[in-house]
Ligand binder design. Structure first.
Ligand SMILES: Cc1cc2nc3c(=O)[nH]c(=O)nc-3n(C[C@H](O)[C@H](O)[C@H](O)COP(=O)(O)OP(=O)(O)OC[C@H]3O[C@@H](n4cnc5c(N)ncnc54)[C@H](O)[C@@H]3O)c2cc1C
Length: 352
């Protein structure tokens, strides 16, 4: 089901999904209220590792998602041309891993069009025990300053006339014909009427419940392991068990992302830590005491049915629920929501 006409959106959550949706809707002349429970955007979008995914990490096991990521990557590249640093990244194959996956991964990259180059001696700033690694491939992944970009988008949204309401608490929700009346407390108490877009990240189930909508979800924690060293040239190491590892040099922090582990109360289990320590020791000769933690939440919603692969988008009981699986996909969601609302896909790189 789709809305035939939309006049006003009440967007709940000002992460990348909410912001991109707000900007696009304003460009189509809708009235937009953007509610945020924090003083400013405070969800996963502000805490990410800052990798603009080329899709390479999904190639070979989920080509459809890899394709989507690559499309979004190209869009953001055209936006970030001058501002952000393109540093590239390395994908590495350890000797312990099979040649079969390498072959299917390379074929997928070629089919999708993601550029890559095999390199003999990658510069990663750290000490790599090369005897444990077979091959290195250079990839166009990009390190972005996610918070800086988010603030810029927020400024743009406000300039376009989005009414931003930070420090907002939703007190009451009433279902009206084709929309909702939402009572919000921030400095004052406001009654807002319009079509809700619930883009509250890991809090989607909690907010949806206030609208009488039941959403089942799994929450994962991103187990970013921060290396507590004073290396100036740093690494990001993304490990997908049984497949490949990706190294992304960065100049502001060393991140090691072994994998997403099931949410377990904001700690990493002994077993996972032991596995990670082994990987670090084997590859970089890094000792466990240099490891620290950085934690944020990530949601995975399996029902009700999403209309998008990878991201989550659903229209339930006159409300739109949206969550982006990665930062770059905020634009894709804004376009998909425009389709639902029957409005233009107005947002172009020139606006940003
Ligand atoms: C550790 C980690 C690392 C990641 N690294 C990367 C990466 O390198 N590259 C990448 O592309 N993606 C990365 N991701 C994924 C990416 O961050 C998310 O997919 C994306 O930011 C989700 O954006 P969102 O707008 O849907 O949700 P969020 O960014 O979580 O935004 C939700 C907003 O809603 C607000 N909110 C919640 N409840 C309410 C309420 N009741 N009322 C009002 N407001 C509310 C929150 O305060 C928040 O500001 C990472 C995720 C994690 C967890």
């Amino acid at each position: 089901m789709r809305y035939s006409k939309a006049d006003r959106l009440v967007i709940i959550g000002s992460g990348i999904t909410g912001l991109m949706t707000a900007i696009n809707a304003r460009l189509s002349d809708l009235d937009v209220y953007l509610l945020e429970k924090g003083k400013s955007p405070s969800g996963s979008s502000t805490r990410i590792a800052g990798v603009l995914h080329s899709g390479a990490r999904f190639a070979g096991w989920d080509d459809e998602l890899a394709k989507v990521c690559f499309e979004e990557w190209k869009w953001w590249i055209s936006v970030l041309e001058k501002e952000e640093k393109k540093i590239g990244g390395y994908f590495l194959k350890t000797k312990a891993e099979s040649d079969q996956y390498l072959e299917s991964w390379l074929n997928s990259l070629k089919n999708i069009g993601i550029p890559f180059t095999e390199v003999e001696n990658p510069y990663i700033g750290g000490d790599i025990k090369k005897e444990s690694i077979d091959r290195f491939y250079f990839l166009p992944e990009i390190q972005i300053n996610a918070r800086k970009l988010l603030n810029k988008l927020l400024g743009l949204a406000i300039n376009l006339g989005v009414i931003y309401l930070p420090s907002s608490i939703i007190e009451k929700v009433e279902h009206t014909e084709g929309g909702y009346r939402i009572t919000v407390r921030n400095k004052d108490t406001l009654k807002l009427e319009g079509i809700p877009v619930i883009s509250s990240g890991i809090d989607i189930p909690k907010v949806a419940e206030m609208f009488g909508i039941n959403v089942t979800s799994k929450v994962y924690q991103g187990s970013h392991i921060l290396l507590n060293t004073d290396l100036t040239d740093l690494l990001e190491f993304v490990h997908k068990p049984g497949t490949y590892d990706l190294l992304i040099p960065s100049d502001f922090g060393t991140f090691i992302t072994p994998t997403l582990v099931p949410y377990n109360g904001l700690t990493i289990s002994e077993e996972e830590l032991a596995g990670l320590n082994q990987v670090l020791k084997n590859l970089f000769e890094i000792e466990p005491e240099v490891i620290g933690y950085m934690i944020a939440g990530r949601i995975s919603i399996s029902s009700p049915v999403s209309t998008l692969k990878g991201d989550y988008l659903a229209y339930i009981q006159d409300a739109i629920l949206a969550w982006s699986n990665n930062y770059a996909c905020g634009r894709r969601l804004a376009y998909a929501i425009a389709d639902m609302l029957g409005i233009k896909k107005a947002l172009t790189p020139a606006h940003i």
